[in-house]
Write a protein that binds this ligand. Structure first.
Ligand code: FAD
Length: 318
């Protein structure tokens, strides 16, 4: 087959830290498969679903140590002081992490938005600034020893951090008006964010229209579309609860009409792959897939979309 323009589309995945040892072993297997597909980066959530920072750090370390793929660490403002947040950022920098997704974070379970759940940092924009400050405080150079030449060192300029932020094509559930989300994104760009990753959405026009409005308002950073394959009615209900997105009636009806779990999976795969193709055709700089800690579905979406082909895929290595 001749190479297609889709072969060169960058893609990335999101994972979350597992709660159990069995989950960890399965996730390590998933990471091997995802890494073999050649993603631009793999991101790891922080604090979502009750996970702790320690488990996020462990997982980004695992990705760094066992694959060639860039690990991108999510960090949030929840319940932390300036000192605590700075200490945490330094721990990730010390582990060699240079890509972050700076988030405000959601209140922990059982805590309302109106309660004081954040700490010293009140917005993602402030966290972007703190990550930059922590990076600047470090020596601008990294020393590498030269094998066989005791006492000698190679000195390289330290890589600058990449700081991603969240964007909401259909509005953050707490936004009071349509332009508030673009104002928030402009504030995060002004603070130093280098790119944005969107919340999931169900129609290509949601993303493409948002990017157009953001560009018109002065947002210049790349906006990567976040795509979640919805492979069952149960998953659809759960993500609507978590994100506050509107029910996509077309997808919901197709999932309900599918008679078996396998038929539902195919509906979800086709929906997500069509979404990926359409946003890329509309100018998206790549696709970011919410993997739910499984490789088979997201890799199938990329194959179905024509982004991953036999020529671009490699065998996972041990
Ligand atoms: P902010 O950008 O700080 O915005 C929060 C609210 O304040 C919004 O309503 C915004 O419109 C408003 N706002 C902020 N600044 C301004 C301004 N200058 N002007 C006007 N309004 C403003 N949560 C986790 O806990 N862990 C995770 O790992 C995680 N990963 C995520 C990954 C992605 C890709 C996305 C999209 C979300 C993720 N979340 C995660 C959820 C996120 O933390 C919540 O959606 C949170 O409520 C908002 O975070 P934010 O970074 O967008 O906040």
């Amino acid at each position: 087959m001749p190479p297609s323009i889709l072969d060169a589309v960058p893609f990335s995945f999101e994972l979350y830290p597992p709660r159990t040892d069995a989950g960890t072993a399965n996730l390590h297997e998933t990471i091997r498969h995802l890494a073999a597909a050649g993603p631009r980066f793999i991101s790891v959530t922080y604090g979502a679903g009750g996970s702790t920072g320690g488990r996020s750090l462990e997982l980004v370390r695992h990705i760094r140590e066992t694959t060639d793929v860039e690990a991108l660490a999510h960090l949030t403002c929840v319940g932390t002081t300036y000192e605590g947040a700075t200490r945490l950022i330094r721990e990730f920098l010390d582990a060699g992490i240079t890509s972050f997704l700076a988030l405000r974070g959601d209140p922990p379970e059982g805590v309302s938005e109106d309660d004081h759940f954040l700490g010293d940092l009140e917005s993602a924009a402030q966290l972007v600034q703190l990550i930059q400050r922590a990076q600047i405080e470090r020596a601008p150079y990294t020393e590498y020893s030269i094998p066989g030449v005791p006492g000698a060192a190679r000195v390289d300029r330290r890589r600058k951090v990449e700081i991603a932020v969240a964007a909401f094509p259909n509005g953050h559930p707490r936004s009071r008006h349509a332009t508030e989300d673009i104002d928030a994104l402009l504030a995060k760009q002004a603070a130093g964010a280098t790119f944005a990753i969107t919340q999931l959405f169900f129609h290509a026009d949601d993303y493409l229209g948002f990017v157009e409005r953001a560009r018109a308002a002065g947002v210049g950073i790349p906006i990567l579309p976040g795509i979640m394959p919805i492979v069952s009615p149960v998953r659809l209900r759960r993500v609507l609860e978590l994100t506050g997105e509107q029910l996509p009636t077309d997808l919901a009806a197709a999932l309900d009409a599918a008679a078996t779990p396998e038929a539902q999976r195919i509906v979800g795969l086709e929906h997500a792959s069509a979404l990926a193709r359409d946003v890329v055709a509309g100018g998206a700089p790549g696709v970011h897939l919410y993997a739910f800690n499984h490789h088979d579905t997201v890799l199938a979406v990329l194959r179905e979309a024509g982004i991953l082909t036999e020529t671009t895929e490699m065998e996972p290595t041990r």
